[in-house]
Design a protein around this ligand. Structure first.
Ligand code: PMP
Length: 362
């Protein structure tokens, strides 16, 4: 399909063309059933197979060990900001958070509704241009968990290496980098991610949680906000977002065909390196926002010499078929989101455009 835009949207974001085409083929009638998947009971055999296979694909591709539940829930990662403290925090405990940027700040704000929050480390003084180093972490003795944001979508920073928090469960928001690289799940107590960047369309949120953390919460928690509700029912306590889960299933199968997390990581690093080396070789025309050691391979943030020039970059890029390169209003500048499904050809087109723009405006 030749009229596909060079899509660098931050989320919802580019999906694999093959997945969209397959969904199109299966849209009106699913597997000779006489109806669309969206018209079927979520208690029926056909949907149940799609549902269970999706959970299995998450297990397989993330290498989820025994002793963990994989939940498919709704409400986005923003609902997890509340569900994590509601379910994991006990009286007399503190919730420890690493303040790395815009999304960590939202998670912290929500946790404060439910109890004491300790900031284990923060890069606020450096305008969130970096991920704190592992030895900066200061976890209080009464911490229920340590929460980090694996990839700060807005600032364009990413943890290169995760901290070892010993017996204190590590909780990670992986909304914008889940399955972009292999991760050792056994090091985490809980991982959550909204689907709409690396896993599919919006509407479903993946939670991978160690079984010992799925228990009765110590505070009053509405049924839908309890992990044990979803764990006991195989994520079928109520009507699931069946179409979003079907799409996630197809995206996960696509990731598998790319060689799984290791396969997509190779391509992700190649894509990120192309853009970062264009920035670094521009003689200061492009300036990376994140410190070099904290650069994200999912969201590349950069600035130009003036806001006027940045506006021109956005305008000219749009005229050339690029979408989504304007940075988030909190940080300004420019951002190229290069999730798993953004093809190398789009990134090559972008670095060509960046080179040309620097030559004509430098
Ligand atoms: N965390 C991160 C790192 C994000 O990038 C986002 C969405 N951009 C969220 C949380 C919020 O996700 P949702 O919109 O699914 O609530």
């Amino acid at each position: 399909m030749s009229n596909r835009a060079y899509n660098f949207n931050a989320g919802p974001a580019a999906l694999p063309l093959e997945v969209l085409q397959q969904a199109q083929e299966q849209f009106v009638e699913f597997e000779n059933s006489g109806m669309s998947l969206m018209e079927m009971s979520h208690r029926g055999a056909i949907y149940e197979r799609v549902h269970n296979e999706t959970e299995q694909l998450v297990r397989e591709l993330m290498g989820v060990p025994d002793g963990y539940k994989v939940l498919l829930v709704q409400g986005g990662a923003s609902t997890q900001f509340a569900m994590v403290p509601m379910n994991l925090l006990k009286p007399d405990q503190a919730a420890a958070y690493v303040a790395t940027g815009s999304w960590a700040t939202k998670a912290i704000k929500e946790a404060k509704l439910f109890g004491e929050v300790a900031i284990a480390a923060s890069s606020e003084a450096d305008a969130y241009k970096r991920i704190p180093s592992l030895d900066e972490l200061n976890v209080p003795g009464n911490a229920a968990y340590v929460h980090l944001t694996s990839n700060e979508t807005i600032e364009g920073t990413q943890w290169a290496e995760y901290p070892d928090t010993g017996d204190v469960p590590l909780v990670a928001d992986m909304s914008s980098d889940i399955l972009c690289r292999p991760v050792d799940v056994s090091r985490f107590g809980l991982i959550y991610a909204g689907a709409q960047k690396n896993l599919g369309p919006s509407g479903v949120t993946i939670v991978v949680v160690r079984e010992d953390l799925v228990g009765a919460p110590s505070m009053t928690v509405p049924t839908m906000f309890r992990y044990d509700t979803h764990a006991k029912s195989g994520s079928l306590y109520n009507t699931p977002p069946s179409f979003a889960i079907y799409m996630a299933n197809r995206v996960l199968n696509w990731v598998k065909a790319q060689g799984g997390a290791a396969g997509v990581e190779r391509l992700n690093r190649e894509k990120a390196n192309l853009i970062y080396s264009t920035i670094d070789a521009s003689g200061g025309f492009y300036k990376g926002f994140a410190n070099a050691d904290s650069r994200s391979i999912m969201n590349v943030t950069f600035r130009l010499g003036s806001e006027e020039l940045e506006k021109k970059f956005v305008k000219d890029s749009e005229a050339a078929g690029f979408v989504g390169l304007k940075g988030h209003r909190d940080v300004g500048g420019l951002r190229a989101s290069i999730y798993n499904a953004v093809p190398l050809s789009s990134v090559k087109a972008l670095v060509d455009f960046m080179g040309e723009f620097a030559r004509t405006n430098g």
